[in-house]
Design a binder for this molecule. Structure first.
Ligand SMILES: O=C(O)c1ccccc1NCC(=O)[C@H](O)[C@H](O)COP(=O)(O)O
Length: 204
């Protein structure tokens, strides 16, 4: 069973649509430059509306430790996700499980890179696009993913209901992560697209 995270949630109704569809986690973006960014206050409202057993994940891009602590003081996130150049030492300091996101480029030794964050709960692989730290809506070359690995893979980058079955077949991820592929506008999810995506993942 491949787990599912719906990322870039900005509204309670979208979080509930994800939960009702059967998603395992939702992602909240704390990167001010993103069109999907939420404030800690809105994040708290979304988290409080979630039914049990749906994990809340907070995304940061080279935020300071103080900024992460400020978010955590208001929004009780279950898991942190770091999308920038954060070291393992930085990621470890918050007393929360975390995912480290890596943006994949040809020639990367992904096993060696993943080993730099040995305490991560998982490694999220996303597409590399110059100057864009995440949420690109673009797929990367899944053949670059090592099939022999000792870390849980969260596959992201341009996934949709149309390509997720192929992506799963090629990479055998622990979980998949989608944002743009289930949106009707940036930051606004579409319940029908969420349902199609979740059903397709659960079908394979
Ligand atoms: O969504 C953003 O705007 C964003 C900005 C900065 C860092 C990460 C961001 N999003 C992360 C995600 O939504 C997912 O982990 C992933 O990038 C998948 O996005 P998509 O390709 O749109 O499915």
């Amino acid at each position: 069973m491949v787990r599912i995270k719906i990322c870039g949630i900005t509204r309670v109704e979208d979080a509930l649509a994800a939960a009702r569809a059967g998603a395992d986690a939702i992602g909240l973006v704390f990167y001010p430059a993103s069109p999907r960014a939420v404030s800690p206050t809105v994040a708290r409202q979304i988290i409080r509306a979630l039914p049990p057993f749906v994990t809340s994940v907070g995304l940061f891009v080279d935020a300071s430790a103080t900024e992460v602590h400020q978010v955590l003081a208001e929004a009780p996130l279950d898991v942190l996700q770091f999308h920038g150049n954060e070291s393992a030492e930085f990621c470890n300091q918050f007393g929360r499980p975390y995912l480290k996101a890596l943006r994949v480029k040809p020639g990367d030794d992904l096993n060696a890179l993943a080993a730099q964050w040995p305490d991560a709960s998982g490694i999220l692989l996303d597409s590399y696009k110059d100057g864009v730290p995440g949420g690109t809506g673009e797929i990367f070359d899944w053949s670059l993913i090592p099939l022999e690995r000792n870390w849980p893979l969260v596959l992201a980058g341009g996934l949709t209901a149309d390509n997720v079955a192929d992506a799963i077949a090629r990479s055998a991820p622990w979980a998949v992560d989608v944002s743009g592929g289930v949106e009707q506008a940036k930051g606004i999810k579409n319940a029908a697209k969420i349902n199609s995506f979740v059903q397709e993942v659960k079908r394979v």
